[in-house]
Design a protein around this ligand. Structure first.
Ligand code: AMP
Length: 191
């Protein structure tokens, strides 16, 4: 089984992804974590991505698609994977479908976490205080939600509208409540 964990910033993707990856023995691929490490290490990828990430903008599609391609090719099909924070645009979703076809990856479930905007904002503000993420500053949080609404939200319609060979199982899950409650809901949806 392979999982795409989708949802707005602050919905709990990172927290739930770690738990699901551990319980299902999946390789956890977080594009945000990869970018943050690259920025901290000052690699060429990090130097390119830094201003986008810190301003709460999306890193350009060609860069992020190339990155995910490399990671998925390296992961192979020995173990399932869990994608956290990718795809974030329809173009990324299309490129991912092409990559799945190329790599012969078939069993993909898409978990869509939902939560009201005010809850997302509260969670990001708290995370900013606890972890000091620059993009959790109030101004940047607002921008990230706008970016989500304009560029990422359409990915949902893309997946809901798919049929035939590329049909994927889309599983909407309520992201409100305790971490444990949300994990239990996701597990139930995965069946
Ligand atoms: P995250 O940790 O998933 O909230 O990602 C943090 C930041 O990394 C985002 O606000 C973007 O700047 C960048 N990022 C992560 N994933 C992607 C993606 N799939 N496409 C473009 N930018 C991304």
């Amino acid at each position: 089984m392979n999982i795409i964990l989708f949802g707005p910033p602050g919905a709990g993707k990172g927290t739930q992804a770690s738990r699901l990856a551990a319980s299902h023995n999946l390789v956890h691929i977080s594009t945000g974590d990869i970018l943050r490490s690259a920025i901290a290490e000052g690699t060429p990828l990090g130097r390119t991505a830094k201003s986008y990430v810190e301003q709460g903008a999306l890193v350009p599609d060609d860069i992020i698609i190339g990155l995910v391609r490399e990671v998925l090719e390296a992961t192979g099909d020995a173990k399932g994977f869990l994608l956290d924070g990718f795809p974030r645009t329809v173009e990324q979703a299309r490129a991912l479908d092409a990559l799945f076809t190329e790599l012969g990856i078939a069993d993909v479930r898409i978990v869509i976490l939902t939560a009201p905007d005010q809850e997302l904002i509260n969670r990001m503000v708290n995370r900013g205080l606890e972890q000091g993420r620059k993009d959790d500053a109030p101004q940047t949080i607002r921008h990230r939600l706008e970016v989500y609404n304009t560029q990422t939200e359409p990915v949902k319609a893309y997946y809901h509208g798919k049929s035939g060979a590329h049909a994927r199982r889309v599983l909407p899950v309520d992201g409100l409540g305790s971490v444990e409650d949300v994990t239990a809901r996701i597990e139930k949806a995965l069946g």
